[in-house]
Write a protein that binds this ligand. Structure first.
Ligand code: PNS
Length: 162
């Protein structure tokens, strides 16, 4: 079985990686897809996010990382993959995720979405929280892989000097 794990990964967090590791253990091939979420203002460019995501997923043998500027349903159609795996942290997540799952199945009949509950240790982590903590000079090393923490530190280091 092949599946797509989509997200905007701005940046990838330990919560994403926990879900990716659990999802890839369930399938033969997992395509981690960096897509555009038009509702979110980006911090990192797509090439930057992609590099951080690839580095974070490097140890997972059945995982490939791709990016697309189009619809998730379009990527599913192109690749022939009919299963999306998404994480759920809260009940509020469910409403948003359910709407996306229904829309994706309408756009491409047969395209199903499977929800994985976030592990409790990671259920409060989000990329937006990480961006905010880093922007205000906080330590994000408990929330993101080391490469991401270093990149965020460099990105916001000029603020500490002013
Ligand atoms: O990590 P995010 O921001 O929660 O991921 C949301 C994402 C990127 C999976 C969603 O916005 C998406 O699928 N974007 C691609 C464009 C698309 O297909 N939009 C319609 C979704 S029903």
């Amino acid at each position: 079985m092949k599946a797509i794990f989509p997200g905007s990964f701005d940046p990838v967090t330990l919560g994403h990686l926990d879900l990716i590791a659990r999802a890839c253990a369930m399938c033969d091939e997992l395509v981690v897809a960096l897509l555009v979420n038009p509702d979110k203002q980006g911090l990192f460019s797509v090439p930057e996010r992609l590099a951080l995501l690839r580095e974070a997923c490097a140890g997972l043998p059945n995982v490939s990382v791709v990016s697309s500027a189009g619809l998730l349903a379009g990527l599913a159609r192109e690749t022939g993959i009919r299963l999306i795996i998404r994480g759920l942290r809260t009940a509020a997540d469910f409403d948003v995720e359910n709407a996306m799952a229904q829309a994706n199945r309408t756009l491409l009949p047969g395209l199903e979405t499977l929800f994985l509950p976030a592990s409790p240790a990671f259920s409060c982590i989000s990329s937006s929280l990480v961006r905010q903590i880093a922007a205000l000079g906080g330590d994000v090393s408990g929330f993101v892989p080391r490469g991401v923490a270093e990149t965020l530190r460099t990105r916001f280091s000029h603020k500490e000097q002013t």
